[in-house]
Design a protein around this ligand. Sequence first.
Ligand code: SF4
Length: 386
Amino acid sequence: MKMNRNTSGLYLHIPFCQGKCRYCDFYSVNFDLELVEEYVNCLKKELILYSSLFNNKDGRKPVLETVFFGGGTPGLLTGSQLAEILDLLSGEFNLASNAEISMEVNPSSMTEEKLQDYHSAGVNRLSIGVQSFNDRELSFLGRRHDSREALEKIELSARYFDNYSIDLIYAIPGQGIADWERNLRQAVQLSPQHISLYSLQIEEGTPLAKALAAGEFKKTDDALDAEMYLLARQVLTTNGYEHYEISNFARKGYQSRHNRLYWEFKPYLGVGAAAHSFIPPERFWNHADLFLYMEKLGAGELPVEERIELTWEEQMAEMVFMGLRLLEGVSLVEFYDLFNVDLTEYYAREIEKLESQGLISLNDDRICLTERGLLLGNLVFMEFLP
Ligand code: SF4
């Protein structure tokens, strides 16, 4: 097994939460101090197993350009747990000196002491799960903070981190276009370096899905959803943010380097329960069940649940539909370099259809989504599925 193609990233999944948000269908378990400690030990065991697998014959360690702590709520880790993991990483892997080390945090579990500790341990980017600055919307989503706490914690974060991102959710039932614009203007006023936006999806089995079925609210209609998206594009781009991926906006020099690996079809390793990895040509993922994950590591085994080897055709399709998420699109030259195939010839029929529908555009070196394509991305991506 080899990490290659120049840039590699590491994702660490921390599947603990202080409670369940009403819209969330991710696997997570209730926070428990002892369980987290045991879990951190397992993460370290998993990292050591991979380090020995990846070590080249000449003893050189694999280079990591990005590290991302996602969840769940990684901000529930103590400063010393985080430092232990990062220390181990520096010893077992070759952590690039300018590596981007990101961490997802929630306002409700953030303290000044933790921010200080995370910063001294080496974290250099925060992704803050704000979701809204409106108390009614926060309570509808089942978040554990209100707008006052969100503002307070963002200001605190800015004291320790010059690179932080804010997540916002739109198309929340009952949210009007003016409410959404207030959220956007508030975000812009705080001036984070990066903003991510997600349209609320009501996933099966969540408390929100049950409330919807019981007729407690109506879903936001598609037209308003699209209007909100276009408004965000307009407000953020006129305030110095570059729209660089379907859901992501950044000031110059502050795009998420880790997430770009996914969109650029580059390799990454995921550790922790339910974490996914892509080491070409394989995709593989760990057991989601925390206890099964820990049991496997306890027995000295990798906790991988399944592996699939992508065919050549699947790899080409993935590179196209993941790359199209970036507004700069997919480079025809890079595609050729990787597959020795001319993208425009191989997908001639799909490209002609999507171009005639005004969903993609093709210039000399790149194929990308149009503004209409940004709104109908899924239709475009489906065309490339093998
Ligand atoms: S904090 Fe994040 S992972 Fe945890 S329940 Fe809420 S949305 Fe889900």
